[in-house]
Design a protein around this ligand. Structure first.
Ligand SMILES: [Zn+2]
Length: 442
């Protein structure tokens, strides 16, 4: 019985109040009828009662709630408003975060009661106010730093005889202290990391007003990701003072830093025979990339075609076996050679065959000495990319401080939308738009 009543209330949610009122009405009449009214009148009154009961639950004051309009288009919103007898007003306004044409807000919130509401205002985005591009100096033709690191040693800066945390004269090896300071510096200067392979492909995804930064590590040194053992569940234990240990701690400290890096390996992989394969898998499943630094760290300036194919192809073959389809087809050129893109060996570095496996290299990296161009710039050569040597030289000769000072005038500053290329109007003709993105000028 209880279940049946419950079901009745579900079907006619407002039946209860009507029912009560009608029953009271009915009883009142019955009282009078019994005393002085005849049979015909009783029948008429019975008809009235049937009418009242039948009208229960159908009455006009059923409570309705507002719906979420954010998934509807303008036409659908208009027909919804008309059906609810609401005066619809659509406003468009600039918004720094919400792309042009998208929904921003509704004056009557979802689930709010519509009773007594007459007006509904819906706001759509006009995209960013063009004046903000100027204010933030948005320029997606600006330059991008690709940092070249090698080893990170667990030392303090005061433990080395060289300046600013360099372990050798040229700063190829750096202390953990110096590397941490570098990362703090990049973060505070408004740089956010992107993958090297995305840079080459023209996919730049950093927030509005920020600049992209790329980290690379050559030589597959064991201090890039030093494994000290395994925990009870069989997971690799990574030395917190190796490059990956430090990068992982920054991932936690600054979740918006977009921490990533590309590691370029030789035949010895990461120099940790029992863990090498697991390391490669760990890196690719934790947002890092692996590239090719030739099998024996060869100087490809004067090697024969077959030697060049062996050096490049053998690493691709190893990577294909361990990480099928998960590595990047990018070669960091050992010693930065060939020193010229017109060197005949380049053809073989880019395309060749090794033990029946054909390879294609989409990009090569040079050694030093400055930031490179935007991938949307007509001057960008994706197959031959410049890097900044990540070292300290007291702010001179193309060290980190020097290079980032240069970048203050010409750095890439993102519009926050990877599907648009935003540039000052006078630079529009320099844009090369291979991916068919929308171009915004101001
Ligand atoms: Zn190297």
């Amino acid at each position: 019985m209880y279940k049946k009543i419950n079901l009745l209330f579900q079907i006619f949610p407002n039946i209860f109040c009507y029912f009560k009122r009608r029953v009271a009405f009915f009883l009142f009449f019955c009282y009078n009828i019994n005393r002085k009214v005849d049979g015909l009148m009783k029948k008429i009154i019975c008809l009235f009662i049937i009418f009242f009961l039948a009208s229960c639950g159908k009455k006009e004051d059923v409570i309705e709630n507002m719906i979420d309009l954010s998934t509807l288009n303008r036409e659908e919103i208009l027909s919804y408003a008309t059906s609810k007898k609401l005066d619809l007003k659509i406003i468009e306004q600039y918004d720094i975060k919400i792309p042009k044409g998208e929904f921003i807000s509704q004056s009557i919130l979802p689930n709010e009661k519509l009773t007594g509401k007459k007006e509904l205002t819906v706001i759509f985005s006009l995209g960013k106010d063009p004046s903000v591009y100027k204010e933030y100096k948005i320029n997606e033709l600006g330059r991008i730093p690709v940092m070249m690191y090698h080893g990170i040693e667990n030392k303090k800066n005061e433990d080395t005889p060289y300046t600013g945390g360099n372990i050798d004269k040229d700063g190829y090896q750096r202390t953990a202290e110096a590397f941490r300071a570098d990362l703090e510096f990049y973060y505070k200067e408004g740089y956010r990391m992107i993958r090297l392979t995305d840079y080459v492909d023209g996919i730049i995804d950093v927030p509005f007003g920020y600049s992209p930064l790329i980290l690379t590590f050559d030589d597959g040194l064991s201090n890039n990701i030093k494994i000290t053992g395994k925990d009870e569940e069989g997971n690799l234990i990574i030395d917190p003072n190796s490059a990956i240990g430090i990068l992982e701690s920054f991932k936690k400290k600054y979740p918006d830093f977009q921490v990533t890096a590309t590691f370029f390996i030789n035949g010895g992989l990461f120099g940790q025979r029992e863990y090498n394969v697991e390391i490669l898998n760990w890196l690719t499943s934790h947002g890092y990339d692996i590239g090719n630094h030739t099998y024996s760290h060869a100087n490809l300036e004067k090697t024969s075609i077959s030697a060049t194919q062996n050096e490049v192809g053998r690493i691709y073959k190893i990577l294909e076996e361990i990480l099928p389809g998960k590595y990047v087809n990018i070669v960091a050129l050992p010693f930065g050679t060939p020193g010229s893109f017109s060197n005949p060996n380049f053809k073989t570095i880019l395309d060749g065959t090794y033990e029946g496996m054909t390879y294609h290299t989409k990009s090569t990296l040079r050694v030093g000495w400055e930031s490179d161009y935007s991938p949307f710039s007509s001057t960008f050569n994706a197959q031959y990319i410049k890097r900044i040597r990540a070292y300290d030289n007291n702010g001179v000769y193309f060290d980190i401080e020097y290079s980032f000072k240069q970048l203050q005038n010409n750095r890439y500053i993102s519009d926050g939308d990877k599907n648009t290329i935003t540039v000052p109007k006078e630079q529009e003709e320099k844009v090369v738009n291979k991916n068919g993105l929308s171009i915004v000028t101001y």
